[in-house]
Design a protein around this ligand. Structure first.
Ligand SMILES: [Zn+2]
Length: 357
């Protein structure tokens, strides 16, 4: 039901492709001023060169990369031109009325009021006594015959519940499943054990509402600086995943070339999720031991890969030579393992270590 492929040493031609990067950067940089756009084109060139490795002889690889980069720049100009011509149509489609700030503020206050009323009576009284009347935990404990520590813990749980109810009130709809509230509460209170019991990771992959709300909830509680979780549903999420990976790799001192390799692998794996699984997530974490590095875990709830070994074999690209597929991503990273279960989904775990120290 599940298969894992141990990582192999990166094939020697990966280094060859990485060594083309300065050249590709010069070609693109001479034609495109915006650094973010240029970086996208450099990555896209890299993807195409990697996808063509089996077809292109080593001595013509450089020429192939330059031609590819130039063609991509040219097609960017063509599409920019087209966008400019079509811009008025996009503008026409925009909603006429934008809600003003005042309205937004009132909406938030209403949601908070509603969230407070949804708390259990005891919890609401405790929270209001503490937050509004300024009563300290010691005197609250004396009133209810408990300890200051227990009261503080209860206040934390109540705040976690309030955050969940507040976000749900802003949504103006009840969550779609019975599991949503418990999962959101476990996230909000950073209760790892409860999250495991509820299989929260999986719920976030399957539930659009909870995936959306998990961002703000984790931002307050449990999200550590060394880990970022990006739900993947649409093309814009691919960009977010790529940026997160770059940022994390930069934080542990990756060189520029390696940042691009990591970002390229992440954007390809995220693209696979959008194309073949529909939804999933990418979790990027910083590694400090045994060496500096980044780890990327990409999960989806797609159909699964029937033959993982074949999918990892060179020359096998999931979309007909236009993308990296798993073998391409493996070339860019130091380690890559795949676990897949038919009908349940696929998890790809990739690691890259910082070079030179
Ligand atoms: Zn849910």
């Amino acid at each position: 039901m599940s298969a894992a492929e141990p990582a192999e040493a990166a094939p020697e031609r990966a280094g060859e492709v990485a060594s083309l990067l300065p050249l590709v950067r010069r070609v693109v940089g001479a034609r495109v001023a915006d650094p973010a756009v240029a970086e996208d084109l450099v990555q896209e060139t890299l993807v195409r060169v990697l996808a063509a490795l089996d077809r292109v002889a080593p001595e013509t690889l450089e020429a192939y990369a330059v031609t590819t980069a130039r063609n991509l720049v040219a097609s960017l100009w063509r599409s920019t031109d087209r966008d400019r011509r079509n811009q008025h149509r996009v503008v026409d489609l925009r909603p006429v009325e934008q809600p003003g700030d005042e309205l937004l503020v009132r909406e938030k206050q209403d949601a908070l009021t509603e969230a407070v009323t949804r708390l259990p009576d005891r919890e609401r009284r405790l929270l209001l006594a503490h937050e509004v009347l300024g009563q300290d935990t010691g005197s609250l404990a004396a009133e209810v015959g408990s300890s200051a520590g227990a009261v503080a813990a209860q206040l934390n749980r109540t705040r976690a519940r309030l955050r969940v109810e507040y976000l749900l009130s802003l949504e103006r709809s009840e969550p779609p499943t019975d599991r949503c509230r418990p999962v959101l509460l476990a996230l909000s209170s950073a209760d790892r054990r409860r999250q495991r019991e509820l299989d929260a990771d999986r719920h976030l992959l399957e539930c659009e509402l909870c995936a959306r709300l998990s961002g703000p909830l984790l931002g307050r509680g449990q999200r550590r600086d060394e880990e970022t979780r990006i739900p993947i549903r649409a093309d814009a999420d691919i960009v977010a995943a790529r940026q997160a990976a770059r940022e994390m790799a930069q934080r542990v001192g990756f060189a520029r070339t390696e940042l691009t390799l990591v970002a390229t692998a992440v954007s390809e794996i995220a693209r696979n999720i959008v194309r073949f699984a529909g939804s999933g997530e990418v979790v990027v974490s910083v590694l400090r031991t045994p060496a500096a590095g980044v780890r990327i875990v990409a999960r989806d709830t797609g159909p699964g890969i029937p033959d993982v070994e074949q999918a990892l074999a060179d020359g096998y690209s999931t979309y007909h030579g236009l993308g990296l597929g798993l073998p391409g991503a493996r070339r860019l990273m130091d380690e890559l393992t795949v676990e897949s279960e038919m009908g349940r989904g696929t998890t790809v775990t990739m690691t890259k270590w910082r070079r030179g120290g």
